[in-house]
Design a protein around this ligand. Structure first.
Ligand code: AHG
Ligand code: MN
Ligand code: MN
Length: 356
């Protein structure tokens, strides 16, 4: 019996048996058919920014990165120092990388055209929430970064204006997030499934640890800020009552988990099954989460992982954006739970599924 050399038989979990993000992108042809490698370089640029942001987050309290900048951002929210740092590092990495023509950030009032130096075969617009869960930065709780990638039409000049890039989420060519949790993970899709990479701080590489993620259809976890319950519609309250029902046969009851960071709740639900909800409230009559750089990228990811994302009445990826910072109600996660939420919110009691 022939024995493969020891190099071919690297034991699982050793560095020889795992793949870096860069190797994955090149090896799995995670580039566009006509790729000049520009997309690979764009993803590399985002991952470099993620490592620098991670470096700052992991030293909050040691470095002067805790607390507020003293300014109010375009969202009319008090900006945290880590919001500003993450925003700066993403813009720097994308500007330096030269593959991106235009960025749109939660922290900036308008899109920012970048003068690309790179090959113009694919020209990208990147929208991002540089730091998601800002309320968590000073209390050592999880935060994230979210990004969404579009290609620009060929005939767009360098100073691409916003209206050529504000397109439905269904036209995204890539989306992903970084979850700065108990470990730091980079999770993305280009429409060929969802893959997760864990940062090995010892070598500074994101290593493939969660190939081909699929969201379980389990009624495992739900995430919503129930402090707002008095704002919820009767239909949403009926849905929540259904959601929390104890299964008479198995005795199973769903668990509540709400971290205050969409990325963190989304990531956990992606692995366990579950539902994240941010409905319209009195304070946020159109919902709180922003379409272009929170709902759309996560909707692309969850659909690629077999889940769904809805306003409660419409598929998120079908929405036609009106402005960079527009908000939307959001129900996102395991398909049976999203469908049940839609049935309740739309008064279709006959379509309520059995408890999954
Ligand atoms: P951001 O920090 O980018 O503004 O996003 C915060 C969002 C989301 O991450 C989180 O789930 C939600 O706001 C929390 O809002 P509430 O405090 O109103 O529940
Ligand atoms: Mn956010
Ligand atoms: Mn943010």
């Amino acid at each position: 019996m022939s024995h493969a050399s020891s190099a071919d038989q690297a034991s699982p979990g050793t560095l020889e048996s795992v793949m870096t993000l860069e190797q994955f992108i090149l090896d799995r042809r995670e580039r566009f058919p006509q790729s000049t490698g520009a997309f690979s370089r764009l993803l590399r640029d985002v991952s470099v920014a993620a490592k620098i942001i991670n470096h700052n987050i992991r030293r909050a309290g040691i470095l002067d990165v805790v607390g507020e900048t003293g300014t109010v951002n375009v969202q009319d929210e008090r900006q945290k120092k880590l919001d500003e740092i993450a925003d700066r590092e993403l813009e720097r990495a994308l500007r330096r990388g030269g593959e991106c023509c235009l960025i749109g950030s939660e922290e900036q009032p308008d899109t920012i055209p970048l003068s690309p130096q790179g090959n113009f075969q694919e020209r990208f617009a990147v929208f991002f929430d540089p730091l998601d869960g800002s309320s968590n930065t000073d209390v050592n709780a999880s935060v994230g970064t979210i990004f969404s990638v579009y290609t620009l039409p060929e005939d767009v000049d360098e100073k691409a204006s916003l209206d050529v890039t504000l397109r439905p989420g269904s036209e995204q060519v890539a989306a992903g997030y970084v979850a700065y949790g108990s470990s730091t993970m980079f999770v993305f899709t280009t429409g060929n499934g969802v893959n997760g990479f864990t940062l090995d701080p010892g070598i500074g590489e994101f290593l493939l640890t969660h190939p081909n993620l699929q969201i379980p259809e389990a009624r495992a976890m739900y995430s919503i800020n129930e402090a707002d319950i008095e704002d919820f519609s009767p239909e949403l309250r009926s849905f929540l009552k259904w959601l929390k029902t104890k299964d008479p046969e198995t005795g199973h009851r769903i668990r509540a988990r709400y971290i205050g960071s969409f990325v963190s709740d989304f990531h956990r639900n992606l692995l366990t099954g579950g539902l994240y909800m941010y409905p319209a409230t009195v304070d946020h009559p159109k919902g709180k989460l922003r379409l272009m750089y929170e709902a759309n990228p996560m909707a692309f990811l969850v659909e690629q992982a077999g889940g769904q994302a809805s306003t409660g009445h419409q598929r998120i990826l079908d929405l036609h954006p009106d402005n960079l910072h527009q908000r939307t109600p959001l129900f996102i996660g395991s398909s049976p739970l999203v469908e049940a939420a839609e049935a309740y919110l739309q008064g279709r009691e006959e379509d309520i599924p059995d408890l999954p």
